[in-house]
Design a protein around this ligand. Structure first.
Ligand code: NAP
Length: 327
């Protein structure tokens, strides 16, 4: 495993880290023992950074990470998120009382006195134009409740606005072979300001593993079943906003350029690592075998120019019109 410096925090974090949404249970049934085994496998493979949220399984994902901390000695970082407990999810809800309460709840779930990294959880765009929200986060850092804070965004424009606030250390954004626009302008700006970038949904919800077939049935409570058109939350979070059939067709072409000895999931993760602005990718995984496969992407050689060009061509030809103008 290789490590990269996360923005101005001074932390060296694993370039393949761990996304803990699925183990919360919003992707069909999960078994906590299996989830814990996946978390242990991540630590065994050198992962030292885990991304979760207070709403993943209503705290179940955070509590699994607290359990991991009890069972292991090595130091690892946990990034969680706040905001999505709001109902309705409005900009006005991002006030001192609510944020403080959400954070206190996460501290309990994580069984800690200080949260390593707290991210605003894809708030309404208007929140980025409310400096007072970032002032509240500065106060929570001063109070010792947070070590650092950042944002998780839906759109490039939100990311560009967020990094104007000097306290924002990280931006989490969807970035993968099916979502390339963040690399156009935002990466340059983030590097200039030394802001860390967490690439989420790196496998386009598993589509870029190449293991999803046309007749795969997703559980009723798996968002890949119920959110394909944005029925419950932003449709860009499910298969990266690419419709199922188009995604499968593009995956067939990508399979032809997988380096020998590697898998498509590894190619997809290695592609993300080709961008030095990215601090880490945070693939989600529910099983130790998935973790092992994903982690190994850190050991792949840099991708040949011809492979990068082919990926660009597949994106430009089949995917770009579906996603580029929206996020
Ligand atoms: N708004 C936000 O802030 C937000 C939104 C989305 C995600 N995130 C974060 O980003 C993380 C990653 O995104 P994601 O989990 O949505 O999507 P992802 O990482 O693109 O896909 C994860 C899913 O792909 C499948 N998978 C993983 N590794 C695999 C492998 N080696 N082979 C085959 N299948 C594999 C698993 O599902 P199956 O085995 O069931 O197919 C897994 O749950 C999340 O866990 C979360 O921490 C944040």
């Amino acid at each position: 495993m290789k490590y990269r410096t996360l923005g101005r925090t001074g932390w060296k974090i694993s370039e393949i880290s761990f996304g803990a949404w699925a183990i919360g249970g919003a992707w069909g049934d999960v078994d906590d023992q299996e989830s814990l085994a996946a978390l242990h496998a991540a630590l065994d493979g050198g992962v030292n950074f885990f991304d979760t949220a207070d709403v993943y399984g209503d705290g179940r994902s955070e509590r699994l990470l607290a359990q991991l901390k009890k069972e292991r000695r090595e130091k690892f970082y946990v990034a969680t998120k706040a905001g999505r407990r709001l109902n309705p999810h409005t900009a006005d809800g991002y006030n001192r009382a609510n944020l403080t309460a959400f954070i206190e709840r996460s501290l309990k779930n994580l069984d800690t006195d200080t949260i390593d990294l707290l991210q605003l959880h894809c708030p309404p765009t208007e929140v980025y134009y409310r400096p007072e929200v970032f002032g509240i986060l500065d106060d929570l850092v001063k109070a010792g409740k947070l070590r650092h804070y950042g944002v998780s965004v839906e759109k490039v424009e939100e990311a560009l606005k967020a990094i104007e606030y000097p306290g924002v250390q990280t931006v989490q954004t969807i970035f993968n072979i099916f979502r390339q626009r963040p690399a156009d302008l935002f990466f340059k700006e983030a590097q200039r300001r030394k802001v860390g970038i967490l690439a989420r949904v790196p496998l386009a919800s598993g589509m870029l593993s190449g293991k999803i077939t046309r007749d795969r049935k997703f559980a009723k409570d798996d968002h890949r079943n119920f959110n394909r058109h944005g029925e419950a939350f932003d449709r860009g979070e499910t298969f990266s906003g690419v419709d199922f059939e188009t995604g499968l067709r593009a995956v067939e072409e990508l399979k032809e350029i997988v380096p020998s000895g590697a898998t498509l999931a590894q190619l997809a993760l290695r592609w993300i690592l080709e961008f030095p602005a990215v601090t880490c990718a945070i693939p989600g995984a529910k099983r130790p075998a998935q973790v092992a496969e994903n982690i190994a992407a850190s050991n792949l050689r840099p991708l040949p120019k011809a492979t990068m060009k082919k990926i660009e061509a597949i994106y430009d030809g089949q995917i770009k019109p579906l996603v580029h103008p929206y996020w």
